[in-house]
Design a protein around this ligand. Structure first.
Ligand SMILES: NC(=O)c1ccc[n+]([C@@H]2O[C@H](COP(=O)([O-])OP(=O)(O)OC[C@H]3O[C@@H](n4cnc5c(N)ncnc54)[C@H](OP(=O)(O)O)[C@@H]3O)[C@@H](O)[C@H]2O)c1
Ligand code: SF4
Ligand code: SF4
Length: 388
């Protein structure tokens, strides 16, 4: 398995990491992971070279940590990197004593004397400044636990805006960061580069767009000119690995077949001939350039008096035009009804292109000078009409 260095820690991580949020669940419906089914999936990944195991206290109602604890028994602990995430986003959760008792729970669940990477879970700039970084709170307790040898590295995961993620990176407090990036969502590109420049490890969540990209019907891609259409996991994982600022892509794998397929894709990365490589590079560059041209989802054009979620309308248009994700794009567009929805790629708040009344307020605010009104008119017939 190809390895990369995780920032200044010097730790060598396999580029495919195990995302611990999607393991097979028990039939109880309470979201707990089934140990008998999950442990062999993780062990298969370890046998094939995966050494970075991502979890969180919240995944599987606490059971992802137990799965890893069971799975690593019998392997050389020093060659595996266990991670977990602990929330710090309220006054209570960022309290030092609370954080420490949470850490004790994780250590017990993993059944290990130390955890390699511990993250502030879903950190926002606001929570960091107002709570976690204040004296006697989570950050200082993390440093203490580090000195005691209970945790190796202090990191954060975030779904905050790219600008706020960059502010968190700039604090210089963290050895690594986990954020989203995939061929459908490149908004964190700059933050990834910034973290790399600051010698931080960069882990990526959602490399397969939470599975959405790989589950789409196999149709010809609009700009693909190669002889054989690559598989969707191949396209998605290669896209992420092409960004050399990324240390590890975490895929949430729920079966041995998925592990085998994703490992095989990663094993082949970098082995293709010069002509094929040049073709792929050109293909990705074209997709990226086209995505940039349409919209980077920065939301600077808001607020819209009609509550049109401009960026989301363009996002689904990009899915359809650039990646031939016709059905997912139409399904997502139909959800633009003005009601708040949480989707794997973020929060949807506003309405579809149908609600635009051409007032023109948004266009001067777009840094890319996108002709928003004209493009919204293209969205409607392409993705069909939705309820306003
Ligand atoms: N995405 C997020 O918002 C988020 C947030 C916080 C943390 N994380 C962390 O980052 C990890 C990775 O994110 P993610 O789970 O969204 O990653 P992902 O790899 O983009 O998506 C995982 C989904 O893809 C499907 N999948 C994986 N390999 C496949 C293959 N070869 N063929 C077909 N389907 C395949 C699985 O679907 P099925 O299992 O349904 O078959 C799985 O649910 C998480 O597990 C978690 O540890 C993610
Ligand atoms: S032109 Fe349309 S999208 Fe832009 S602010 Fe006005 S109503 Fe909203
Ligand atoms: S300001 Fe421009 S680039 Fe940013 S979300 Fe709006 S349309 Fe997209």
């Amino acid at each position: 398995m190809i390895e990369r260095t995780y920032g200044a820690t010097g730790v060598r991580v396999a580029v495919l990491g195990f995302g611990g949020a999607r393991l097979p669940e028990t039939p109880t419906g309470r979201g707990r992971f089934d140990y008998e089914k999950s442990v062999p999936v993780v062990r298969r990944a370890i046998d094939l070279g995966v050494n970075y195991l991502d979890s969180a206290q919240a995944y599987g109602a606490g059971t992802s940590e137990v799965v890893y604890g069971k799975a690593i028994k019998g392997y050389d602990r020093s060659k595996l990197f266990l991670t977990t995430k602990i929330p710090v986003d309220s006054m209570l959760q960022s309290r030092a004593s609370r954080w420490r008792s949470r850490l004790d729970i994780s250590l017990r669940r993993f059944d290990t004397p130390y955890i390699d990477f511990v993250f502030m879970h879903g950190l926002t700039w606001k929570a960091f400044i107002e709570q976690a970084s204040r004296p006697g709170r989570a950050l200082s307790e993390m440093r203490k636990a580090q000195q005691e040898g209970l945790i190796r590295h202090v990191c954060f995961s975030s779904h905050d805006t790219p600008a706020n993620i960059i502010q968190l990176i700039n604090t210089g407090e963290f050895a690594g960061v986990l954020m989203q990036y995939n061929c459908l969502d490149i908004a964190n590109r700059e933050a990834i580069q910034r973290a790399h420049d600051k010698q931080m490890g960069v882990a990526i969540m959602g490399p397969l767009a939470a599975g959405m990209f790989v589950k789409a019907d196999p149709v010809e891609l609009p700009h693909w000119t190669g002889e054989t259409l690559p598989s969707r996991p191949e396209l998605a994982l290669n896209f992420v690995l092409n960004n050399t600022a990324i240390s590890v892509a975490l895929s949430g794998m729920s079966s041995i077949e998925q592990v085998d397929q994703n490992v095989a894709v990663v094993e082949q990365y970098g082995t293709m001939g010069a002509a094929a490589s040049a073709h792929w590079r050109e293909f990705y560059a074209r997709q990226q350039a086209a995505a940039d041209h349409y919209c980077t989802y920065c939301h600077q054009c808001l607020p819209c008096p009609q509550q049109v979620d401009i960026a989301e309308n363009f996002r689904y248009m990009n899915w359809q035009r650039l990646w031939a994700l016709d059905a997912p794009a139409k399904a997502a567009y139909a959800k633009l009804t003005g009601k708040t929805n949480w989707e794997p790629w973020g929060k949807i708040d506003g309405k579809s292109a149908a609600a635009c009344n051409d007032c023109g307020e948004c266009e001067p605010r777009c840094p890319l000078n996108i002709p928003i009104m004209t493009q919204l008119k293209e969205v409607r017939p392409t993705l069909a009409e939705a309820t306003v």
